[in-house]
Design a protein around this ligand. Sequence first.
Ligand SMILES: Nc1ncnc2c1ncn2[C@@H]1O[C@H](COP(=O)(O)OP(=O)(O)O)[C@@H](O)[C@H]1O
Ligand SMILES: [Mg+2]
Length: 327
Amino acid sequence: MDELMEVDEGNRGVCVLNTKKVPILDNYQISNTVLGLGINGKVVECFNKNDNKKYALKVLRDSPKSRREVDLHCRGSTCQHVVAIVDVYENIYNNQKCLLVVMECMGGGELFQRIQDRADGAFTEREAACIMREICVAVQHLHLLNIAHRDLKPENLLYTSMDEVAKLKLTDFGFAKETFSKESLQTPCYTPYYVAPEVLGPEKYDKSCDIWSLGVIMYILLCGFPPFYSNHGHAISPGMKKRIRTGQYTFPNPEWSNVSTDAKELIKGMLRTDPEERFTIFDVMKNKWIVVSSCGCCSSSSSSSSSSSSSSSSSSSSSSSSSSSRN
Ligand SMILES: Nc1ncnc2c1ncn2[C@@H]1O[C@H](COP(=O)(O)OP(=O)(O)O)[C@@H](O)[C@H]1O
Ligand SMILES: [Mg+2]
């Protein structure tokens, strides 16, 4: 029998995760084919025993953290640009209590691979705008649900198939976090008299982390290399940390010479070091580069939620070309 499980001790509200207790092998055959590797191990193919359809299986050691990942992913997957969770099993697997997460199988691989495959390193502005729009639809959906993903990167963005028209979807909620919203703090059962500033603070900062990552992704799509990197092949160096903290990056030629000012302005809005000033997802979604440059193939795929929520946009997204003093 399925059972309702309590999840997420740390956050407000009790989240309920619907897990199956029957052995996964009753319903799925697990293959040895690895679909991808991440920090939590491998994701493998599995097949539904009824119709032999292929799915992806992620095995997580059962823990409050894993439960939070699965719960937030389930909630987010009502968006068509978030990888769908099909089933979650709670089984003993390899002698350990595990959560086995069956997802739709994304046969098109990672956005990371497509970036690597570009011989000249970059996408056209139109291509980049379509990709950005798809990612932003997912992020907007999550932010409206008060979920910050906090690990947006090309390895966690997967294509449905190898087709040209494949859809791009977000996955891996391992760092995702529910954020406090102003609305949830205004419910009758919540008394704001005693609230400490840091309780009110995280909402904005967690969501704004996602926007920074979107800025980095957009930069990479348009030139093939990241805005911040270390000089000696290390993952991160003190110099790189400092450049990130102070927002020191450039748009060097020749890679950026033919890129539009609108694209650069949008990147600048997303890479503002002060999270208060950084664009919100709503600023990004209505930005003219996203609206005008994306081709329409991706624009029909907005999430069910409206974007009219309380965006505290600190600046107009369609700023004119020379308005920002930051580089
Ligand atoms: N639903 C899926 N379909 C196909 N491949 C997937 C799927 N989910 C994950 N992968 C592959 O497995 C990798 C690791 O999965 P991910 O959920 O990101 O785990 P981790 O938390 O370990 O990073 C992904 O980067 C991707 O290559
Ligand atoms: Mg990952």
